[in-house]
Design a protein. Structure first.
Lengths: 357, 75
């Protein structure tokens, strides 16, 4: 789907991460993996450290912290928020949704609406598209867009092919209605035939969690997992990413009538350095700033990674002036969503762990 | 002008470190580091250099470097 929207802006961004630091090399050595292999993976994929949530801390808590810091920095009264959109696949409960829980915690007005979007790594851009629609056509003046997951809890600690990849984080963004026509170009898509490529098989209504779904199996490389763990076909995800993401990015740039050389920054979902560099090369975006090092600091932060990459890589530029930014999220579904717009100035809060030690 | 087998081999070994110094006909299954990361590196090399998409399965079915290079349509 392609759509051009206007009359809204991205006004603020904040991200809170887990507090506990995991070190890729140290953890790998503790699991009996040899140093040469760990260093080879670390260099190619871009793994170093990641931040995971402390016991009892959920994506809702991380997003609440990011929201409270952002509202304070922007001096926004909660009574002016007309809607909360919460993007997550690791909600506190199957019912009620995280957005209503956050609505209650923040004390929003009863006239404001609250709903979740069940999406992962593509989800922030889907949330932005929905927030933009609410502002442009849906009666909202100000929308709080939260996104985040605790994916580190879904991997088996003895699965060295999956466990070292993921961190935990929650983001908050403020999207506001404006009187200006600055356009936002979106391309969104799904490929449900590839739904098993990234999957948590058990724990939902189809296959409820039980002692049977926690029976462990070991693959030929010695990695342990069970049916309640996150599973991923890395080679298939790689091909999917290089097939769909550059095409979506080049379409939004074409629709915006920009030259490749005009693009100030390409902000991709921070899956890993290897995939980001492959996508950027295929897009032909050589001169644009392409943040690719978030994974080595935080791990794959799911739907919080694009806001984190914007804060980490573009904070100063975003604060001072408008930037031509292209972004794309891609992942579980499988689904993807790209945008291009002139963004800024944006108020940002530094990426910070929650709770602070 | 078509490239020689040797030039395909050199390009592949430049991108996929675990294949350096390995004979084109030696079994890949004997290499300790012929793993999922090595397969991703081959996929990335083929995609970026020859604009071709192959599946992980197709690479796993190759028993030698020579068979990998035979996947390239121009070779």
């Amino acid at each position: 789907m392609q759509i051009t929207l206007s009359h809204f802006r991205l006004a603020g961004l904040a991200v809170s991460t887990g507090t506990d630091t995991r070190d890729y090399i140290k953890d790998g050595l503790a699991h009996g993996i040899n140093l040469a292999h760990l260093e080879r993976v670390a260099k190619t994929i871009g793994l170093k450290e990641r931040k995971v949530a402390s016991p009892g801390v959920t994506a809702l808590d991380l997003c609440e912290d990011a929201t409270r810091r952002l509202l304070a920095a922007m001096d926004i009264d909660v009574s002016t928020i007309d809607a909360i959109i919460f993007v997550t696949q690791t909600p506190d409960h199957s019912q009620p949704n995280n957005a209503c829980l956050l609505h209650g915690r923040l004390g929003l007005a009863k006239s404001s609406i609250a709903f979740d979007l069940s999406l992962g790594c593509s989800g922030w851009v889907y949330g932005l598209h929905q927030a933009g629609l609410l502002c442009a056509h849906g009666g909202a003046g100000r929308v709080l867009l939260c996104s985040g997951d605790t994916l580190s809890r879904l991997t088996h600690p003895q699965d060295q092919s999956m466990d070292p990849l993921f961190g935990d984080a929650g983001s908050a963004a403020i999207v506001e209605r404006t009187g200006t026509h600055t356009p936002w170009y979106f391309v969104l898509g799904s490929d449900g035939k590839l739904s098993t490529t990234i999957k948590v098989p058990a724990g939902g209504a189809r296959l409820p969690a039980s002692s049977e779904t926690r029976v462990e199996s070991k693959d030929s490389n010695g990695n342990v997992h069970h049916a309640e763990n996150l599973m991923m076909d890395g080679a298939e995800v790689f091909n999917f990413s290089l097939r769909e993401v550059p095409a979506a990015i080049n379409t939004v740039i074409k629709n915006a009538q920009w030259n490749l050389a005009e693009v100030d920054a390409l902000v991709l979902h921070q899956a890993n350095k290897f995939i980001i560099e492959n996508i950027a090369t295929k897009c032909g975006l050589k001169s644009a700033h392409v943040p690719s090092n978030l994974v080595e600091k935080y791990g794959n932060q799911s739907s919080a990674s694009i806001p984190a990459a914007m804060i980490d890589g573009l904070e100063e530029k975003l604060a001072s002036r408008s930037q031509k930014i292209v972004g794309c999220g891609f992942g579980v579904g499988l689904s993807w969503a790209a945008f291009a717009s002139e963004i800024g100035p944006v108020i940002t809060c530094p990426i910070q762990p929650y709770p602070l030690k | 002008m078509s490239l020689t087998f040797e030039s395909y081999l050199q390009a592949l070994q430049k991108e996929v470190d675990v294949l350096v110094g390995v004979s084109p006909d030696a079994p890949l299954s004997g290499l300790p580091q012929w793993d999922s990361l090595a397969i991703l590196l081959v996929m990335s090399h083929f995609e970026q250099t020859y604009k071709m998409t192959i599946t992980g399965q197709e690479i796993r079915q190759c028993k030698t470097i020579r068979e990998l290079i035979q996947l390239i349509p121009q070779s």
